[in-house]
Write a protein that binds this ligand. Structure first.
Ligand SMILES: [Mg+2]
Length: 168
């Protein structure tokens, strides 16, 4: 944690210089287990296996959403791109994927209404999230496989609010 915060404090720019151009740095946010308590929904796994998207819609927030919204809006004002990267259910059909995406979009609109995300990207369950990393992007995630494979700055979900604050 200390090391991570030191690293964040040393980040004195919010972009990567590519030739003359400054490319904005992206903050990617996972949803399930990072912002949304999917795994706290009673019977979530059985429901997803039965192609029921309800758990995504009714998951409770994992952090205080008013605080998260304020921090995301502040970082966006600082120049970061604020993006969501969220996996679809392991069970997948075109129709179910569509319903899952709608449930997730609805969750974001309801709980983070004031945040205008630069991008909301839904990816297949087996997707390697680092494929979305444009170089030195920042990822907030709860899964070790995504954090370990990330070649930019990977921050565990438990540090979501403190690290977003430290990026100022
Ligand atoms: Mg997750």
């Amino acid at each position: 944690m200390k090391k991570m915060l030191d690293f964040c404090a040393r980040l004195c720019y919010h972009g990567i210089r590519k030739g003359k151009e400054i490319v904005k740095m992206t903050i990617w946010l996972d949803m399930d287990g990072t912002m949304a308590d999917l795994y706290g929904v009673d019977g979530w796994l059985e429901m997803l296996r039965a192609y029921d998207e309800t758990p995504y819609a009714i998951a409770k927030p994992l952090v205080r959403m008013a605080t998260l919204a304020r921090l995301l809006n502040n970082r966006q004002r600082d120049g970061y791109r604020i993006c969501v990267i969220s996996a679809l259910s392991k069970e997948s059909t075109a129709d179910y994927d569509e319903r899952v995406m709608n449930a997730k979009r609805g969750w974001l609109a309801r709980h983070l209404a004031s945040v205008k995300f630069d991008e909301i990207r839904f990816v297949p369950y087996t997707y390697t999230k680092n494929d979305a990393n444009s170089g030195n992007d920042i990822l907030f995630d709860d899964e070790a496989r995504h954090l370990n494979a990330w070649t930019g700055t990977a921050i565990p979900a438990a540090n979501l609010l403190t690290a977003l604050k430290a990026l100022a």
